[in-house]
Design a protein around this ligand. Structure first.
Ligand SMILES: NC(=O)c1ccc[n+]([C@@H]2O[C@H](COP(=O)([O-])OP(=O)(O)OC[C@H]3O[C@@H](n4cnc5c(N)ncnc54)[C@H](OP(=O)(O)O)[C@@H]3O)[C@@H](O)[C@H]2O)c1
Length: 311
């Protein structure tokens, strides 16, 4: 059974905290920003690749949350390392602390493509972009963790989709991934999110790093499925009957609860490195999610790739 979490009632004061949410212009990210914004953090950086969408999202949050804190658009395209590096540099030029990083942005079930640096588009966007962003912001987060009473968190959006990954758990062969079905490539990227979050907790225990499945919510994430008539009908039927299932939500208001809980619940409530189902339910995940060898392999492969590109 999930926790009975009401952001209005249960989020304590976030006074003085600096928050960064990727993909904050839509879906779960936007709702997460909205939930956090009324609890007095110093500032929230809404990281998004399209300025007009970010502006609209900020205006919309302001209209629904009259006491919202300052919300700043941070330009970020996770499919380009130079854009990620620029976003991190912009952030660091303005802030000396970062309390909560929510690696939320994501894409799902896209046709095979590659990012600027040649990574399969889902692994490249969902994992590599966030891994670089996290690595570049880590010094700021580690400094923040030294402050008395600090509580620094990295919250990563994974998915139950990690169960349907490629054979063997993860594939690092970017061209070979073209042979895999798009859902397996999504699973590959979401398993990477989960394992990377676990290894962050091992390497930086002074920071709390957890990952999560937010539930199932028909956001823009399902866009690619809407182009297939059968899947479209399936989604229409799901809209009628699926919502009675546990962990299925009608709107991002429900879908953002688990991220928001992970970002704001008492630190003692969280197990560092864990994966949570909605809301706040500790879960071991798939057998691959519990494979420490694969976890280390992903970390080392990611480090090598970032180094290759000069990071
Ligand atoms: N919805 C679900 O049922 C579900 C289930 C399991 C896990 N999740 C996970 O939850 C997270 C949020 O999903 P959502 O449902 O809120 O999806 P969404 O409504 O499609 O929002 C995704 C966000 O990611 C951003 N994004 C995509 N590619 C990007 C890039 N290259 N650079 C920067 N931002 C990028 C999007 O920006 P644009 O608007 O510019 O495209 C958007 O803000 C994802 O990581 C997803 O895998 C969702």
């Amino acid at each position: 059974m999930g926790k009975n979490f009401d952001p209005e009632r249960d989020i304590g004061s976030l006074e003085g905290k600096i928050v960064l949410v990727t993909g904050g212009n839509a879906g779960l990210g936007k709702q997460t920003v909205a939930y956090l914004s009324s609890h007095k953090p110093e500032r929230i950086y809404l990281a998004a690749r399209t300025a007009s969408k970010a502006r609209d999202a900020i205006a919309d949050i302001r209209s629904t949350v009259p006491n919202a804190c300052e919300i700043v658009h941070l330009p970020l395209d996770l499919s380009s390392f130079s854009s990620v590096a620029e976003a991190a540099a912009t952030f660091k030029a303005r802030e000396s602390r970062l309390d909560i990083l929510i690696n939320n942005a994501g894409i799902m079930a896209c046709p095979y493509d590659t990012t600027k640096e040649g990574y399969e588009i889902q692994l490249g966007t969902n994992h590599m972009g966030h891994a670089l962003l996290t690595r570049l912001l880590l010094p700021t987060m580690l400094d923040t963790a030294k402050h008395p009473g600090a509580d620094v968190r990295i919250i990563t959006l994974s998915s139950t989709g990690h169960y349907i990954t490629v054979p063997g758990g993860m594939s690092f062969d970017q061209q070979g991934l073209e042979q895999e079905k798009t859902w397996r490539r999504y699973g590959n990227s979401k398993l990477a999110n989960l394992l990377y979050a676990r290894e962050l907790a091992v390497r930086y225990p002074q920071i709390t790093s957890v990952s999560l499945h937010p539930g199932v919510i028909l956001t823009d994430l399902f866009q690619s499925m809407r182009t297939n008539v059968f899947l479209k009908i399936g989604m229409w039927m799901y809209g009628i009957i699926g919502l009675v299932l546990p962990g299925h939500y009608k709107t991002p208001k429900g879908g953002a609860l688990n991220s928001t809980w992970c970002a704001t619940t008492r630190k003692e409530d969280l197990v560092n490195g864990a994966w949570y189902k909605p809301v706040g339910v500790l879960n071991g995940g798939s057998k691959w999610a519990r494979d420490e060898g694969l976890q280390k392999k992903l970390w080392e492969w990611t480090e090598t790739e970032l180094e290759k590109h000069g990071y």
